[in-house]
Design a protein around this ligand. Sequence first.
Ligand code: DX5
Ligand code: ZN
Length: 216
Amino acid sequence: MYIVAPSLLAADPMHMERDVKMLESAGAKWFHVDVMDGQFVPNFSFGYSTVSSLRKTTDRVLDVHLMIDRPLRYVEQFCKAGSDYLTVHVEADTPENIEKTLDKIAEMGVKPGISVKPNTPASAIERYLKKCALVLVMTVEPGFGGQSFMEHMMPKLKALKARLQEVNPACRLEVDGGVDMTTAQICKQSGADVFVAGSACLKAPDKKAFIEAIEA
Ligand code: DX5
Ligand code: ZN
């Protein structure tokens, strides 16, 4: 099943509840929540309080994307705040600590995810594929919404799809960055099944049509 996860980074921070309800009415089943620490990426965004407020506001899936250094320090609080999926970056710590981080998330009853930046090869996450519920392939450099889609990430997406079919076929394969109606189709052909869409979704005149077109 294909899923569009609207990225709340593109929502109006003064009207978050309004935008969440509007996206729910448009059929959003997941919400993508970007967390940035000003270190792993040169920007700041949401923290625990946003996740816990969202948890009180919506029963849809909260897909939380941690763009933070050494996430082991913080995953327990993000799990407690109400994340359904909690994704960390493979580049954010040593392999041993990434392993511990994913185990911690799973112990907390939350679905663990691993993400790769554009310059990181698929092989960097091979050792974690079996323990993840989601693999996130960045199709822009993480840190900001509204950037252009990197089509040259498609071979990596295809390679990960092939590996997941062998070792963990239930694992979700998500793309994030520059995803719109056109680029989502390219990602679909390369094996993606979850499509994070910030600017394109929030700016779409008909959000229901946007979500339906990609989920079809
Ligand atoms: C970027 C974030 C994305 C961002 C995507 O670092 O991870 O989730 O919101 O925004 P768009 O869809 O506008 O590229
Ligand atoms: Zn994201």
